[in-house]
Design a protein around this ligand. Sequence first.
Ligand SMILES: C[S@@+](CC[C@H](N)C(=O)[O-])C[C@H]1O[C@@H](n2cnc3c(N)ncnc32)[C@H](O)[C@@H]1O
Length: 198
Amino acid sequence: MREFILRAQKAYTTEFNLDDLPNAGRIDLVCRCISNAVFLSNDLRRDTIIHVVLEGPKDPPKIISFNGNDLKDFYFDEKNIARIILKALKKGKGLKSGEEVEAHPGVKISKKSFEQLVKEKSQTQLIYLHEKGIDIREKEFKENVTFIFGDYTGIPKKTENFLDNNGAEKISISNKMLFASHCIVIVHNELDRKFLLS
Ligand SMILES: C[S@@+](CC[C@H](N)C(=O)[O-])C[C@H]1O[C@@H](n2cnc3c(N)ncnc32)[C@H](O)[C@@H]1O
Protein backbone atom coordinates (compact mmCIF):
# COMPACT_ATOMS: atom_id res chain seq x y z
CA MET A 1 0.00 0.00 0.00
CA ARG A 2 1.16 3.54 -0.80
CA GLU A 3 0.01 6.17 1.66
CA PHE A 4 0.41 9.92 1.65
CA ILE A 5 -0.03 12.25 4.59
CA LEU A 6 -0.51 15.93 3.77
CA ARG A 7 -0.24 18.30 6.72
CA ALA A 8 -2.44 21.26 5.78
CA GLN A 9 -1.79 23.68 8.60
CA LYS A 10 -4.35 26.32 7.61
CA ALA A 11 -7.07 24.25 5.89
CA TYR A 12 -10.52 24.89 7.35
CA THR A 13 -12.09 22.27 9.62
CA THR A 14 -15.60 23.76 9.53
CA GLU A 15 -17.81 25.12 6.72
CA PHE A 16 -16.21 26.98 3.84
CA ASN A 17 -17.34 28.60 0.60
CA LEU A 18 -17.15 26.18 -2.34
CA ASP A 19 -16.62 29.16 -4.65
CA ASP A 20 -13.59 30.42 -2.75
CA LEU A 21 -11.38 27.44 -1.92
CA PRO A 22 -8.06 29.38 -1.72
CA ASN A 23 -9.49 31.50 1.12
CA ALA A 24 -10.50 28.41 3.07
CA GLY A 25 -6.88 27.84 4.13
CA ARG A 26 -5.94 26.60 0.63
CA ILE A 27 -8.50 23.82 0.35
CA ASP A 28 -7.83 24.11 -3.43
CA LEU A 29 -4.32 22.78 -2.84
CA VAL A 30 -5.68 19.98 -0.62
CA CYS A 31 -8.14 18.95 -3.39
CA ARG A 32 -5.39 18.85 -6.03
CA CYS A 33 -3.30 16.62 -3.77
CA ILE A 34 -6.22 14.23 -3.27
CA SER A 35 -6.92 14.11 -7.00
CA ASN A 36 -3.27 13.45 -7.90
CA ALA A 37 -2.97 10.76 -5.23
CA VAL A 38 -5.94 8.57 -6.12
CA PHE A 39 -6.71 9.15 -9.82
CA LEU A 40 -5.32 7.62 -12.98
CA SER A 41 -6.65 8.75 -16.34
CA ASN A 42 -9.41 6.16 -16.54
CA ASP A 43 -9.22 4.50 -13.18
CA LEU A 44 -8.41 4.90 -9.51
CA ARG A 45 -5.14 3.96 -7.87
CA ARG A 46 -6.49 1.12 -5.78
CA ASP A 47 -3.22 0.67 -3.87
CA THR A 48 -3.22 4.24 -2.53
CA ILE A 49 -4.62 6.09 0.47
CA ILE A 50 -4.17 9.81 1.11
CA HIS A 51 -4.77 11.28 4.56
CA VAL A 52 -5.23 15.05 4.71
CA VAL A 53 -4.62 16.54 8.13
CA LEU A 54 -6.65 19.75 8.36
CA GLU A 55 -5.41 22.07 11.09
CA GLY A 56 -7.13 25.39 10.31
CA PRO A 57 -10.17 27.03 11.97
CA LYS A 58 -12.48 26.33 13.69
CA ASP A 59 -12.28 22.76 15.00
CA PRO A 60 -8.78 21.36 14.42
CA PRO A 61 -7.43 18.80 13.97
CA LYS A 62 -9.48 16.70 11.54
CA ILE A 63 -8.10 13.94 9.34
CA ILE A 64 -9.93 12.91 6.17
CA SER A 65 -8.69 9.71 4.52
CA PHE A 66 -9.42 8.76 0.90
CA ASN A 67 -8.91 5.10 -0.02
CA GLY A 68 -8.53 4.52 -3.78
CA ASN A 69 -9.80 0.96 -3.44
CA ASP A 70 -13.16 1.92 -1.97
CA LEU A 71 -14.02 5.29 -3.56
CA LYS A 72 -17.35 5.54 -5.35
CA ASP A 73 -19.22 8.52 -6.86
CA PHE A 74 -15.98 10.44 -6.68
CA TYR A 75 -14.73 12.86 -9.36
CA PHE A 76 -11.30 14.32 -9.98
CA ASP A 77 -12.02 18.06 -10.15
CA GLU A 78 -11.37 20.41 -7.24
CA LYS A 79 -14.97 21.49 -6.66
CA ASN A 80 -16.35 17.96 -6.48
CA ILE A 81 -13.59 16.90 -4.10
CA ALA A 82 -14.19 20.02 -1.99
CA ARG A 83 -17.87 19.00 -1.80
CA ILE A 84 -16.85 15.63 -0.36
CA ILE A 85 -14.57 17.38 2.15
CA LEU A 86 -17.52 19.53 3.24
CA LYS A 87 -19.70 16.43 3.54
CA ALA A 88 -17.01 14.75 5.67
CA LEU A 89 -16.61 17.81 7.92
CA LYS A 90 -20.37 17.81 8.49
CA LYS A 91 -20.34 14.11 9.42
CA GLY A 92 -17.31 14.64 11.61
CA LYS A 93 -18.92 17.40 13.66
CA GLY A 94 -18.71 16.58 17.37
CA LEU A 95 -16.32 13.62 16.99
CA LYS A 96 -14.38 12.96 20.17
CA SER A 97 -10.62 12.47 20.20
CA GLY A 98 -9.71 9.20 18.45
CA GLU A 99 -13.18 8.66 16.93
CA GLU A 100 -13.66 7.97 13.21
CA VAL A 101 -16.73 7.74 10.93
CA GLU A 102 -17.33 6.92 7.27
CA ALA A 103 -18.45 10.05 5.43
CA HIS A 104 -18.78 8.68 1.87
CA PRO A 105 -17.76 5.38 0.21
CA GLY A 106 -13.96 5.28 0.57
CA VAL A 107 -13.80 8.43 2.71
CA LYS A 108 -13.37 8.48 6.49
CA ILE A 109 -13.01 11.36 8.90
CA SER A 110 -11.40 11.19 12.30
CA LYS A 111 -10.59 13.48 15.19
CA LYS A 112 -6.90 12.79 15.49
CA SER A 113 -3.63 14.72 15.41
CA PHE A 114 -0.89 14.55 12.78
CA GLU A 115 1.42 13.05 15.42
CA GLN A 116 -1.07 10.29 16.32
CA LEU A 117 -1.50 9.36 12.65
CA VAL A 118 2.26 9.20 12.02
CA LYS A 119 2.68 6.94 15.06
CA GLU A 120 -0.08 4.66 13.74
CA LYS A 121 1.83 4.35 10.46
CA SER A 122 5.12 3.43 12.13
CA GLN A 123 4.78 -0.18 10.90
CA THR A 124 5.16 1.12 7.34
CA GLN A 125 8.31 2.64 5.84
CA LEU A 126 8.06 6.31 6.85
CA ILE A 127 9.40 8.91 4.44
CA TYR A 128 9.11 12.66 4.54
CA LEU A 129 9.52 14.79 1.49
CA HIS A 130 12.00 17.61 1.81
CA GLU A 131 14.07 19.52 -0.74
CA LYS A 132 17.21 18.80 1.31
CA GLY A 133 16.71 15.04 1.71
CA ILE A 134 18.54 12.21 -0.04
CA ASP A 135 17.71 11.61 -3.69
CA ILE A 136 14.62 9.42 -4.13
CA ARG A 137 16.49 7.45 -6.81
CA GLU A 138 19.00 6.24 -4.22
CA LYS A 139 16.29 4.74 -2.05
CA GLU A 140 14.77 1.26 -1.91
CA PHE A 141 11.07 1.18 -1.13
CA LYS A 142 9.08 -1.40 0.79
CA GLU A 143 5.64 -2.53 -0.26
CA ASN A 144 3.99 -0.55 2.53
CA VAL A 145 5.31 2.98 2.49
CA THR A 146 3.98 6.29 3.81
CA PHE A 147 5.07 9.64 2.35
CA ILE A 148 4.58 12.73 4.50
CA PHE A 149 4.68 16.23 3.04
CA GLY A 150 3.81 19.82 3.81
CA ASP A 151 1.41 22.31 2.25
CA TYR A 152 2.36 25.82 1.08
CA THR A 153 3.63 26.59 4.59
CA GLY A 154 6.14 23.72 4.42
CA ILE A 155 7.19 21.35 7.20
CA PRO A 156 7.97 23.21 10.46
CA LYS A 157 11.32 22.44 12.13
CA LYS A 158 9.49 21.05 15.16
CA THR A 159 7.67 18.57 12.89
CA GLU A 160 10.95 17.61 11.25
CA ASN A 161 12.39 16.82 14.68
CA PHE A 162 9.30 14.75 15.52
CA LEU A 163 9.61 12.83 12.23
CA ASP A 164 13.35 12.23 12.75
CA ASN A 165 12.65 10.89 16.24
CA ASN A 166 10.02 8.54 14.85
CA GLY A 167 12.27 6.92 12.27
CA ALA A 168 11.11 8.81 9.17
CA GLU A 169 13.71 9.29 6.41
CA LYS A 170 14.11 12.61 4.58
CA ILE A 171 13.88 12.20 0.79
CA SER A 172 14.24 14.76 -2.00
CA ILE A 173 12.68 14.48 -5.44
CA SER A 174 14.28 17.54 -7.02
CA ASN A 175 16.71 20.37 -6.24
CA LYS A 176 13.81 22.78 -6.83
CA MET A 177 10.96 23.63 -4.46
CA LEU A 178 7.83 22.08 -5.98
CA PHE A 179 4.09 22.32 -5.36
CA ALA A 180 2.84 19.70 -2.91
CA SER A 181 0.41 18.34 -5.51
CA HIS A 182 3.22 17.92 -8.05
CA CYS A 183 5.32 15.98 -5.53
CA ILE A 184 2.65 13.27 -5.40
CA VAL A 185 2.73 12.76 -9.18
CA ILE A 186 6.52 12.47 -9.14
CA VAL A 187 6.53 10.02 -6.22
CA HIS A 188 3.92 7.84 -7.92
CA ASN A 189 5.92 7.85 -11.13
CA GLU A 190 9.19 6.97 -9.37
CA LEU A 191 7.53 4.06 -7.57
CA ASP A 192 5.63 2.91 -10.67
CA ARG A 193 8.92 2.76 -12.58
CA LYS A 194 10.83 1.06 -9.76
CA PHE A 195 8.23 -1.69 -9.40
CA LEU A 196 7.85 -2.00 -13.18
CA LEU A 197 11.59 -2.45 -13.62
CA SER A 198 12.15 -4.72 -10.60
C1 LIG B 1 5.09 24.03 -1.73
S1 LIG B 1 6.19 23.07 -0.81
C2 LIG B 1 6.46 24.05 0.64
C3 LIG B 1 6.97 25.43 0.41
C4 LIG B 1 7.25 26.18 1.70
N1 LIG B 1 7.18 27.60 1.43
C5 LIG B 1 8.64 25.83 2.26
O1 LIG B 1 9.54 26.67 2.15
O2 LIG B 1 8.83 24.74 2.81
C6 LIG B 1 5.16 21.80 -0.18
C7 LIG B 1 5.85 20.54 0.25
O3 LIG B 1 6.25 19.77 -0.87
C8 LIG B 1 7.39 19.00 -0.53
N2 LIG B 1 8.44 19.35 -1.48
C9 LIG B 1 8.50 20.44 -2.30
N3 LIG B 1 9.61 20.39 -3.06
C10 LIG B 1 10.25 19.24 -2.77
C11 LIG B 1 11.46 18.61 -3.24
N4 LIG B 1 12.22 19.17 -4.16
N5 LIG B 1 11.81 17.41 -2.70
C12 LIG B 1 11.02 16.83 -1.76
N6 LIG B 1 9.89 17.37 -1.28
C13 LIG B 1 9.50 18.56 -1.75
C14 LIG B 1 7.76 19.31 0.90
O4 LIG B 1 7.21 18.33 1.76
C15 LIG B 1 7.10 20.67 1.10
O5 LIG B 1 6.79 20.90 2.46
